[in-house]
Ligand binder design. Structure first.
Ligand SMILES: CC(C)(COP(=O)(O)OP(=O)(O)OC[C@H]1O[C@@H](n2cnc3c(N)ncnc32)[C@H](O)[C@@H]1OP(=O)(O)O)[C@@H](O)C(=O)NCCC(=O)NCCS
Length: 155
């Protein structure tokens, strides 16, 4: 597996992954994403100093992405794989590698936060299995979310 920083030419790949029906269903904004809106969003996000957008490549295929939004000592994570590459252990490997990249770029970050729709049991299980600790519920865009926190200890 290769993980690298997103470049401008990755826009369509990220769009296709984010816009999968299965992914919209477990997202806080469920509507399909408009391609033009995505392009603007993408161009903006890869320029941001406080965002790391990583592309996950497996057997030469772009299979997913991971985004960290960094604010002070916390990084909020979003991780998404193509449907056909889920549930094969790739998420676990990508998560581990991406945390190493996060630490190398933002040494001050101590916590990674994940907000997951309560009904997204695959994802809640995924974070729990990968040492994220459940910290209670919150409401995001009128929907019930579970908050998970991972503490970065060994830098
Ligand atoms: C969440 C996600 C990144 C996990 O990546 P992944 O490669 O599928 O995860 P892994 O294969 O490493 O682990 C999946 C685990 O969930 C289990 N699982 C699969 N389907 C499940 C389900 N419906 N309910 C509960 N657990 C499930 C698998 O058995 C596996 O556990 P195991 O290692 O004990 O066998 C990926 O599923 C995904 O992209 N989901 C859609 C987007 C999303 O919800 N992102 C998270 C919000 S930020």
């Amino acid at each position: 597996m290769i993980i690298r920083t997103a470049q401008i030419f990755d826009s369509d790949s990220v769009y296709n992954i984010a816009n999968q029906d299965s992914v919209r269903l477990v997202s806080f904004s469920q509507n399909a994403i408009n391609r033009a809106d995505h392009k603007k969003w993408f161009e903006n996000i890869i320029k941001k100093k406080n965002v790391i957008l990583l592309i996950i490549i497996f057997e030469k295929v772009i299979v997913g992405y991971i985004r960290f939004d960094i604010k002070d000592k916390e990084a909020e994570i979003s991780i998404v794989l193509l449907d056909s590459y889920q549930n094969r252990g790739l998420g676990k490997i990508a998560l581990k590698k991406s945390i190493e990249i996060l630490i190398s770029k933002f040494a001050e970050v101590n916590y990674i936060i994940a907000f997951v729709l309560s009904e997204n049991s695959r994802s809640t299980y995924f974070f729990e299995k990968n040492k994220f600790i459940y910290k209670g519920n919150s409401i995001i865009k009128s929907r019930k979310a579970k908050k998970y926190v991972y503490e970065i200890i060994n830098k």
